[in-house]
Design a protein around this ligand. Structure first.
Ligand code: AMP
Ligand code: MG
Length: 490
């Protein structure tokens, strides 16, 4: 075990900055007036070996606002391109993100620390509202077991930022082994620069997919590995009821991580067509569209890597590995949610019936599965024993019919109830970051009170354990939550 580092002893080793300068622009972050700590994550600090006692150090907020350079960091903004809402958008890039470098295999990035050559006409800033949403959800997703970038801290400031209204600027510090995106590859395809494309692919294989080197076709092996990770990622989202909201190819991590939290949402009353992003009128990124969009995005990456693979059949086979990876992971996650230890072919039907019931009954997605864990495998008094689940459904008869099917399947395994129920409670969270919860924390924080951010952070750090002080977060959303509109504005 390494002794824990201070801000000034973090051992930076900056792999990305060793790539040629065509991949980025070196520049310092701009900094912000009156930086102050809003929240920090001890779990994220542990990843880079930073002593969490440093959160209280007077240099902490200035360091993660971009006012003070951490020794050993080499700040830069990376270039990438991408498809946005299905259209080629050309060059984008880190318009408001500075990569500081890498510590113990984790890149440290400041989001919102000022303009870069890739800002286009925007201000390089992030508002406190969106920084809180990104911070809380990154750490919540990690605790849920969903692959994601992480968040170390939010630093607030007094700098005004204009969006629909005037808000204040903040910086969220993100961690990930890499922030390379599908769009980082599309960028070089767009420019027709095969040399850079190959350099980037070689870097990603070397650093993150070393097993691919042993393949007789390393670039096809890379594509296949990314396709599989992406399929698995989307399976996690579907299973937990998460909607990303802006699944453009520039927001797709080459490591299969949830990346760029914007107008995301968690499903409340189940509606497969639900659109969490107010700006996505056509529902391109609705809940039910996500698996198909994941495939579309891997297709865009396939096109970008095709000049390196130079074998259409192998490119196609790599792309085709997305769907089985998605399906296998999705079924494994759903079996766990339903309390099934064995894989049987007929489970696909039970899962289909489960989603049909959820949709017909508009049941609360998270509460339904959590309640299911309370039902026994055998009962002589279903009206009593099954009440926790039936209470979640307006049509109790439809619920009882579904329970009969589920119960027969569960009983066939003969697993003791206590064991199955404990396993279900580890697969079905009690708490997810619903919009109304984030909204409450944001309103308080905008008034200078960060205690609700901290409460949510604590609650969501252990989402599978029901705790009495957090009972309200496990309840149905309040009525006003239906009117929350979350857009791309951030
Ligand atoms: P997003 O929709 O957040 O994934 O961002 C798409 C592109 O716009 C990326 O290149 C971002 O860096 C850039 N961008 C978004 N907001 C800002 C901002 N306030 N300032 C500069 N660039 C931005
Ligand atoms: Mg983005």
């Amino acid at each position: 075990m390494n002794p824990l580092d201070t801000l000034d002893t973090l051992p930076f080793d900056n792999g990305f900055a060793r790539l040629p300068e065509a991949f980025y622009t070196r520049l310092p972050p701009e900094g912000l007036p009156e930086p102050h700590l809003v929240a920090a994550s001890p779990a994220a600090a542990a990843l880079i070996g930073l002593n969490p006692a440093q959160f209280a150090h007077p240099d902490f907020a200035p360091s993660f606002a971009g006012n003070r350079l951490l020794p050993g960091s080499e700040p830069l903004a990376a270039v990438y391109s991408g498809h946005q809402f299905g259209m080629w958008a050309g060059q984008l890039g880190d318009g408001r993100a500075h990569l500081l470098g890498e510590v113990r295999g984790w890149e440290i990035q400041l989001k919102g620390a000022g303009q870069t050559p890739y800002s286009r006409f925007a201000d390089g800033r992030a508002v406190l509202r969106s920084s809180i949403r990104e911070f809380l959800c990154s750490e919540a997703m990690a605790a849920l077991g969903v692959p994601t970038t992480r968040a170390l801290a939010i630093v607030g400031s007094s700098a005004p930022v204009r969006r629909e209204r005037v808000e204040t600027a903040a910086v969220v510090t993100r961690l990930a082994p890499s922030f390379i995106r599908f769009g980082s590859f599309e960028h070089w395809l767009g420019k027709g620069d095969l040399e850079r494309l190959r350099q980037l692919a070689d870097y990603v294989i070397e650093r993150y997919y070393p097993d691919c080197r042993a393949s007789d076709a390393p670039y096809a092996a890379l594509l296949e590995a990314v396709a599989q990770r992406t399929g698995e990622l989307v399976a996690h989202w579907q299973a937990v009821g998460f909607m990303h909201g802006v699944l453009n190819t520039d927001n797709m991590s080459i490591l299969g991580l949830t990346l760029d939290y914007g107008p995301y949402g968690f499903m409340d009353a189940f509606d497969p067509g639900h659109i969490c992003n107010h700006s996505d009128d056509l529902g391109r990124y609705s809940y039910q569209a996500q698996p198909q969009i994941g495939h579309w995005n891997v297709y865009a990456l396939t096109r970008a890597l095709a000049p390196l693979i130079r074998d259409a059949a192998r490119s196609r086979a790599a792309l085709d590995s997305y769907t089985p990876a998605f399906e296998a992971r999705f079924m494994a996650l759903l079996r766990a949610k339903l309390g099934l230890a064995e894989a049987r072919e007929e489970d696909v039907d039970l899962v289909g019936e489960t989603y049909a019931l959820l949709e017909q009954q508009k049941a609360d997605y998270t509460r339904f599965f959590r309640a299911l864990g309370r039902l026994p495998a055998h009962t002589d008094d279903p009206a009593t024993s099954d009440a926790p689940l039936l209470d979640e459904l307006p049509d109790r008869d439809a619920g009882a019919r579904w329970i009969a099917h589920w119960r027969a399947r569960v009983a066939a395994e003969g697993r003791p109830d206590a064991e199955r129920q404990a396993a279900m409670n580890r697969a079905n969270p009690c708490y997810v970051l619903r919009n109304w919860m984030a909204e409450g924390a944001i309103r308080a924080a905008e008034g200078g009170d960060f205690s609700e951010v901290h409460r949510l952070q604590d609650c969501l750090s252990d989402p599978y354990t029901a705790r009495p002080p957090y009972a309200a977060y496990a309840a149905l959303p309040p009525d006003w939550a239906r009117h929350i509109a979350v857009s791309c504005s951030s």
